[in-house]
Design a binder for this molecule. Structure first.
Ligand code: FES
Length: 160
């Protein structure tokens, strides 16, 4: 068993060795959109590794490629579904924001302010900043964005 610390709440979770970070998050009832179903081809399970990078399995070429498409990633970024815990001292921070799966998700929120940033499911870009009012016109604009992660899955099917 290994201990993983989750920020910002500082929850400590005990997981079996080789458990991936995604399952660790789900064990704490953390909501993760996992739009690609854990295949490493969307941005919706993106996390920052604050400590213990060496206690995670190395990045695959697929994970590197997906992260390279993201706007919100940096050197400490990992995809939770791809990184498995193999040692102690891992500290994970979940980025603030809600990944959009479909513009319908926002329809019931028209006229309200976004409580957290609304993020693009493929590249992590902020579609609606925190505090901005969600308008019908913005939803219409978003309808023209390609938010379909399945497209990306099909494009990436040749990757390892
Ligand atoms: S769930 Fe899509 S990359 Fe992890």
């Amino acid at each position: 068993m290994k201990i993983v610390q989750l920020k910002p709440l500082n929850d400590k979770v005990s997981v079996k060795t080789e458990t991936n970070i995604l399952d660790t998050l789900l064990a704490t009832n953390c909501e993760v959109a996992m739009a690609c179903g854990g295949q490493g081809i969307c941005a919706t399970c993106h996390v920052y590794v604050r400590e213990g990078e060496e206690s995670l399995t190395p990045m695959t070429s697929r994970e590197k490629r997906t992260l390279s498409l993201m706007t919100g990633c940096n050197i400490s970024s990992r995809l939770a579904c791809q990184a498995r815990v193999i040692g102690e001292g891992v500290v994970i921070e979940v980025p603030e924001g809600m990944y959009l799966r479909a513009t319908n998700d926002l329809a019931s929120l028209v006229g309200r302010r976004a409580e957290v940033p609304i993020l693009h499911p493929k590249d992590g870009r902020v579609l609606i900043p925190k505090g901005k009012i969600i308008t019908k016109s913005r939803i219409l604009e978003l309808n023209s964005e390609n938010l379909d992660v399945l497209d990306l899955r099909n494009q990436s099917s040749g990757l390892t």
